[in-house]
Write a protein that binds this ligand. Structure first.
Ligand SMILES: O=C(O)CCC(=O)C(=O)O
Length: 261
C-alpha cells in the first residue's frame, strides 16, 4: 500500500500550503501512540532537573544536551508545553516517523524517495492549562541552520479530536507563498518569532477541526498557530519535519535517515 499524494493533493499543497488527511490511523494505533507520547513526557519530566533552566519572556525552558523542554507560563509552569526533539526520549517514536502514511506524502512533497529527519516535537496543550501558539512561521526559526529552508515539510499528527474548544491547529491558507515574513517588534525576547500581522490576511485563517489520527501536511513558510485549550479534553500533537536524505538534524547536527519500509 502506498500513500503518495494524488495530483490534486500535490496541487493543493502548492496552492494552499497544506493538505489535510482525515483519520489515517486506527483506534488501536492511536492508543499506542498516546502511550508512547505519555511515556516520552514522563521521561522528559524525570530528566528535567539535570538540565539548564532559563526564562524567555517569563516562560520557562530547560535544555538537556540537544533537547529543549518548554513549560507553560505561570501559574501552570509545572506543565510541559513542548518537547523538542522528542525522538531521543523514546524509540517508539522512530516507528511513527518512518510510517509510510506519513513519509509517502512527504516524499511526494520533496520529490525524492530518500528522506531524513530535521526535527520532531511533542506539543502537549493539556486540558485547561495548555496555552496557545501565536501566529508564526517555522522557516524564520530554521533559516540560519538549514542548508535549504525550502525543503523542510512538516506533518502534524493529531493524537486527539481537536476543534476550537481545545485549540485545534489553524493556518493562514496560501501564506506560504509569501516566503519568510518579518516578525513583530515589541521589545519582548520572543516577539521576533511571531509574524507581523500586517503581512498576512487573517481572513484567510482556516481552523483545521480534526479527528484523532488525522494528518496535516504543511509548508514550512505557512503562517500557523492555535488558541489555548480551555476545555477538559486533551489536545496532543506530534509534529515531525523532514528533509532530503543525509542532511544534519536541527539541534544535534547528526544525520538520521528514515529507513525505507
Ligand atoms: O500545536 C499547535 O497547535 C501549534 C504548534 C506550532 O505552531 C508549532 O509547534 O510550531
Amino acid at each position: 500500500m502506498s500513500y503518495f499524494f494524488s495530483e490534486i493533493e500535490q496541487q493543493q499543497y502548492l496552492d494552499d500550503g497544506f493538505v489535510f488527511r482525515e483519520s489515517q490511523f486506527s483506534q488501536e494505533e492511536i492508543i499506542s501512540f498516546r502511550k508512547i507520547f505519555e511515556a516520552t513526557v514522563e521521561k522528559a519530566h524525570s530528566i528535567s532537573d539535570t538540565g539548564k533552566e532559563y526564562f524567555l519572556d517569563k516562560k520557562r525552558f530547560v535544555d538537556i544536551d540537544y533537547l529543549t523542554l518548554q513549560y507553560e507560563p505561570e501559574p501552570h509552569d509545572k506543565y510541559l508545553k513542548v518537547i523538542e526533539p522528542a525522538h531521543y526520549l523514546h524509540d517508539g517514536l522512530d516507528d511513527i516517523t518512518s510510517d509510510s502514511r506519513i513519509t509517502d506524502p512527504i516524499k511526494s512533497i520533496l520529490s525524492t524517495n530518500e528522506i531524513s529527519l530535521w526535527t520532531d516535537k511533542l506539543n502537549l496543550k493539556r486540558p485547561k492549562v495548555g496555552s496557545g501558539f501565536g501566529w508564526h512561521q517555522d522557516s524564520p526559526y530554521w533559516v540560519h541552520d538549514s542548508e535549504d529552508v525550502e525543503s523542510l515539510p512538516n506533518v502534524y499528527i493529531c493524537l486527539d479530536n481537536a476543534d476550537q474548544s481545545n485549540g485545534c491547529f489553524s493556518v493562514i491558507k496560501g501564506s506560504h507563498k509569501l516566503g519568510c515574513l518579518p516578525g513583530t517588534f515589541d521589545n519582548s525576547q520572543l516577539g521576533g518569532f511571531y509574524t507581523d500581522k500586517d503581512y498576512f490576511n487573517i481572513a484567510d485563517a482556516v481552523d483545521l477541526v480534526a479527528s484523532e489520527g488525522s494528518l496535516i501536511f504543511f509548508n514550512q513558510h505557512i503562517v500557523h498557530g492555535s488558541t489555548p485549550n480551555n476545555s477538559d479534553q486533551e489536545r496532543r500533537a506530534y509534529i515531525v519535519t523532514y528533509q532530503p536524505k543525509d542532511r544534519a538534524m536541527l539541534k544535534s547536527r547528526k544525520v538520521k535517515n528514515i529507513k525505507i519500509v
